[in-house]
Write a protein that binds this ligand. Structure first.
Ligand SMILES: [Zn+2]
Ligand SMILES: [Zn+2]
Length: 163
């Protein structure tokens, strides 16, 4: 097969693609006719469910839904009611690829990723500013040493009493 030949995603026929065409000429014509029928069903006849549109245009429901979903105008009039691309169980939200639940989950994942990143950046900044300030000196550090020494004495485990 010559490299410039493609397989039509619609009918599987091998064809030589032209610029801007993603299916064979026959399917492209058929597709265009379907699209105009779908548009007519929505615009002229006010069909507002994918089932009605599919019946009017005489196309399989999934095809009608795909056409509706591809067009911003059509999907603003008809909810194509597609299945969520993530869970493939619940219906997708209008004009979205995901159902509400998956969208919330994705947002939460994104949020926690964002929080992780923010925490990392903050701790890096803190470390940098501590390094820039250097070690504490002077009185504070003397007091700190004494306090540390006192703590060591208090917890000194030498068992003097035993001897
Ligand atoms: Zn084709
Ligand atoms: Zn989902």
């Amino acid at each position: 097969m010559a490299p410039e030949l493609m397989k039509c995603p619609s009918c599987g026929k091998v064809y030589a693609p032209r610029a801007g065409k993603y299916m064979c000429a026959q399917c492209a014509v058929r597709r265009m006719r379907i699209i105009s029928l779908v548009e007519e069903a929505v615009e002229k006849y006010g069909k507002s469910s994918p089932e009605d549109v599919a019946a009017f245009a005489g196309v399989p429901l999934h095809e009608a839904k795909a056409i509706i979903n591809e067009s911003g105008f059509l999907s603003s009039k008809v909810n194509p009611d597609l299945t969520c691309v993530r869970c493939k169980q619940r219906p997708a939200q209008p004009h979205a690829e995901y159902c509400l639940l998956c969208r919330l989950e994705l947002n939460r994942d994104l949020d926690s990723a964002r929080r992780d990143l923010a925490a990392k950046v903050a701790s890096n900044a803190k470390r940098r500013s501590e390094m820039a300030r250097g070690r504490p000196t002077g009185l504070t550090s003397e007091m700190g040493k004494k306090r540390a020494l006192a703590v060591v004495r208090r917890v000194d485990p030498t068992p003097k009493g035993r001897y």
